[in-house]
Design a protein around this ligand. Structure first.
Ligand SMILES: Cc1ncc(COP(=O)(O)O)c(C=O)c1O
Length: 441
């Protein structure tokens, strides 16, 4: 087959899949057959894979099938299916609980009228869910990886903060290209990165907002709160096609400090460091009216600080076992947000002292502990390796039974799946592609 015909074919399929993805994202109507199994991937990469030499040696039919496979991913069910028909392992979200969480946060933010909400999409990496967050009062979304930013912008999100550093000139051009259709801000902590960002934005004739990341105790990225903050802000202001927006002051570890008093003490340190960074800017007569940070565990505290102008909770949409262990002011487990995310598993084997489910390391992350079993008092999950989970004791579980597992840590668990299956009253109501999943190239 000639390159021209192949190109035409690529273009046609690309257009069809774009339309289908749009259907999935906007109407969430009944999904069906192979058409629903297509999802959009970057056209250029598909095209270059399609024309790779190894593929071109294959007969046309095989070329075509490989091509389709390249950008197809089969969801585990169809809209309208009963939960018992969902193929497992599958990532389920209880839509009622999810909607409650969106609403709870919207209501909670009313206590801080001068503080904006920019939820973090690293939790779900899904444009459809991001759109629900915008409908629920968010001014925009945060994300942590360029691929997440691309998924959000392709899915119609107009305002994205990449709360991380993007290094590599090709990636910077990809980032800058997003600014053609959305408002893009990105974190920096080095002069070299600022220069490269300016160059990329100038090449594509776009404007990028630049947020200086401050080390407020997380000892990850970020400059120390002091003269370095002013030095970087001045650098930003000296270069074309980039604009100084403000400060990023986030400490992830604080989110999971169990007692509220200890969390408050830790956030007080963040606030003090943020004030130091602001003073350094003031001394250099640099105006700053944007300070962003805070997650599900601490956003109330940053929002009440009168220093932060924006908060970025992420996990609140789904929650997980680890977050469920945080305590409130009365030393009770926090109950502000509901558990909405589950991994649906199937029992594949039962022995006298154990049952085995089809959820292992490929379907659930264990970095914050094992999943728990929904509605089960004494049954525990023990890791059985890549594909298996061991449930002890087996109780009256039988082969073919389904078990709902609550992930220990929602973000990396979602990253292992391709689709979020939305359930209401035991039926599949929506199937959303997790467009930003993966290592985040
Ligand atoms: C920079 C940043 N902001 C916000 C969040 C959201 O935190 P959480 O999911 O705990 O709400 C994260 C999560 O890791 C993060 O890295």
């Amino acid at each position: 087959m000639s390159d021209e015909i192949g190109l035409c074919l690529c273009a046609m399929i690309h257009v069809v899949t774009q339309r289908l993805n749009l259907t999935l994202l906007t109407s969430m109507t009944k999904s069906d057959t192979i058409l629903n199994n297509l999802c959009v991937k970057d056209f250029r990469s598909v095209q270059s894979q399609y024309f790779s030499t190894s593929l071109r040696k294959l007969p046309f039919k095989q070329q075509f099938e490989s091509f389709i496979r390249m950008f197809s991913s089969r969801p585990p069910c169809n809209v309208g299916d009963s939960v018992t028909d969902v193929e497992t392992p599958a990532l389920l979200v209880c839509l009622k609980k999810l909607e409650q969480n969106l609403n709870t946060l919207k209501e909670a933010m009313k206590a801080y009228p001068s503080v904006k909400l920019r939820p973090h999409a690293k939790t779900h990496k899904c444009a459809m869910l991001a759109r629900l967050q915008i409908q629920s009062g968010a001014v925009g979304l945060c994300c942590q990886k360029l691929t997440e930013a691309e998924a959000l912008v392709q899915g119609g999100i107009q305002d994205v903060l990449l709360s991380n550093q993007v290094i590599n000139k090709k990636k910077l051009l990809r980032l800058a290209s997003l600014a053609r259709s959305a408002h893009i801000a990105v974190c920096v902590d080095s002069e070299r990165n600022i220069e490269d960002l300016s160059e990329a934005a100038k090449t594509l004739d776009v404007m990028l907002d630049i947020v200086i990341e401050v080390n407020v105790g997380g000892f990850r990225c970020g400059v120390e709160p002091g003269p370095d903050v002013a030095r970087l802000a001045k650098k930003v202001m000296s270069l074309p096609n980039i604009r100084f927006k403000g400060l990023h002051c986030y400490n992830g570890r604080n989110q999971h400090i169990r007692s509220l008093a200890d969390r408050q003490a830790a956030v007080n340190e963040v606030i003090e460091k943020t004030k130091l960074a602001l003073s350094a800017l003031k001394e250099s007569e640099i105006e700053c009216n944007y300070v962003t940070g805070g997650g599900t565990g601490t956003f109330h505290l940053e929002a009440a600080s009168e220093v932060f102008t924006e908060v970025q909770p992420g996990s609140y949409v789904f929650m997980d076992v680890d977050y469920g262990l945080n305590l409130d002011g009365e030393e009770k487990f926090v109950s502000e947000f509901q558990q909405s995310l589950y991994i649906l598993s199937t029992v594949q084997s039962v022995a006298e002292n154990r049952a085995i489910v089809d959820v292992g390391l490929k379907a659930v992350s264990l970095d914050s502990g094992v999943p728990t079993v929904k509605n089960s008092g004494d049954q525990v999950y023990i890791s059985g390796g890549d594909e298996h989970g061991v449930i002890v004791p087996p109780g009256d579980l039988k082969v073919g039974d389904q078990l709902w597992l609550i992930p220990g840590h929602c973000d990396p668990t979602v990253n292992m799946h391709e689709w979020i299956v939305g359930m209401r009253d035991g039926r599949v109501e929506s199937i959303w592609p997790i467009g930003g999943k993966g290592p985040g190239i």
